[in-house]
Ligand binder design. Sequence first.
Ligand SMILES: [Zn+2]
Length: 161
Amino acid sequence: MIPTLWAPWRMQYIVGSRSAGCILCEKVKEGEDAKNLILARGPFAYVLVNIYPYSSGHLMIAPYRHLECLGKLSAEETSEMMAWASKSERILGDAFHAEGFNIGLNIGKVAGAGIDDHVHMHVVPRWSGDTNFMPVLGETKVIPEYLEETYAKLLPYYQAD
Ligand SMILES: [Zn+2]
């Protein structure tokens, strides 16, 4: 399967669509997980589809608490985030046939964090040759329907666990 890639190489948040509050806190409180593309909730952290993805299947993992860096998280929060990353690696491998992953955190604005006051981990599935698409489609807009398809495809895998 060749994935459709449309996201910018450097993630640019669309400022106009962001509210004043923290999007990672707001989404989880709304209780509308399908609308907010939340795939799974654990005791300390949750998994959601990134609405500004680098690639199809780009997920984010965040603790519920609004804290800006790993050092402020509890041991339970950090270990649950890693457990979700591990599970997501397996699920994206199964569902999207990902061949590799970039998994990591941008801490602070200088490091490129789009949301710099609520720490979150990115899980970006990769396929051989996928970087070839990125310069070409660099500024192409996100297609919301595609995000919903991604969500619908992944949800059963998280629910089955
Ligand atoms: Zn927050």
